[in-house]
Design a protein around this ligand. Structure first.
Ligand code: AMP
Length: 280
């Protein structure tokens, strides 16, 4: 596995590669890798000549300084895992190399997708995501890029960005990997105590119950039930729960035929923010 730490070295590598007409699969990550990340690498390996992962904790997508500072960093372990999974290239640039002294976001218009859910609670988050993913797309020029449904809103926003900027990149969504107790794998889980990790199974349990209740109860009643469930679970604080249309990400109040919907949730335990979603 080749490891690059500067974009100029990486660009030189791609220049050499360009005559070989090989397809490039790209998996952007912020490190602290787990099986969810590795499933994206495996998916890329199936369909591309070269798979490249980036490990970069992007400062412009963090709205809270504490969250950025406490983001887990396990670079040696990450590199070992990527090697084991058969990743071909890993790019671990510095903030300076990427932002060149100007650590700020560009402004994007994602046709309103950015104002729903996460957009309401994480000021500037999706402009930060768009900025870094677009920067990597221009450095790497991938054929396919892989994103997890764990961050479903992000996946839809990246698809929108590619469409609006006419980038010739195929965006592939990959299913959510979960712990045995149902908790969606996340780098932030590293910050949970073992008790919190165990208790966090409530998130997936609630989502599954929502799916079951959809046959018999109104969406208004389901929302109230979810709110109550978390009120009764004092170590978790519900930030939002929504049932939304997969394409528009707009919250719905009734189910219509021929549309696809998902339940989305964000909760806090201590200062650790966890998100999850489930196709309905
Ligand atoms: P992150 O390092 O959190 O920025 O995640 C990098 C990529 O891995 C994103 O596309 C995430 O959606 C994806 N990802 C994170 N957790 C999971 C998971 N549990 N299952 C599948 N994909 C995931």
């Amino acid at each position: 596995m080749k490891i690059f730490t500067t974009k100029s070295d990486l660009k030189n590598y791609f220049k050499e590669l360009s005559s070989k007409e090989v397809t490039i699969g790209f998996v952007p990550t912020m490190g602290a890798l787990h099986k969810g990340h590795l499933s994206l690498i495996e998916e890329s390996k199936k369909n591309n000549g070269i798979t490249i992962a980036t490990i970069f904790v992007n400062p412009t997508q963090f709205d809270k300084k504490e969250d950025l500072e406490k983001y887990p960093k396990t670079i040696d372990k990450d590199i070992a895992l990527l090697k084991e999974t058969g990743c071909d290239v890993v790019f671990t640039p510095t903030v300076e190399d990427i932002y060149e002294g100007n650590v700020s976001s560009n402004s994007f218009d994602f046709d309103g997708l950015e104002h729903e859910m996460e957009g309401k609670f994480r000021e500037g988050h999706f402009n930060g995501v768009g900025t870094i993913v677009n920067a990597f797309f221009h450095i790497i020029n991938p054929t396919n890029a892989y994103f997890g449904e764990k961050d479903f809103q992000q996946l839809q926003i990246i698809k929108k960005m590619v469409e609006k900027l006419h980038l010739p990149i195929n965006i592939v969504g990959c299913p959510i990997h979960r712990e045995a107790n149902g908790l969606a794998m996340s780098s932030r889980n590293e910050r949970l105590t073992s008790k919190q990790r165990e208790e966090a199974s409530i998130i997936y349990k609630v989502l599954q119950s929502v799916k079951a209740k959809l046959h018999t109860e109104s969406i208004g009643n389901i929302k109230l039930w979810v709110e109550k469930s978390f009120e009764n679970h004092s170590s978790f604080k519900l930030e939002y729960f929504n049932i939304a249309d997969e394409a528009t990400l707009k919250e719905i109040t009734e189910i219509k035929p021929k549309r696809s919907y998902r339940a989305f949730i964000a909760v806090y335990t201590d200062s650790i923010r966890l998100i999850d979603n489930l196709a309905l």
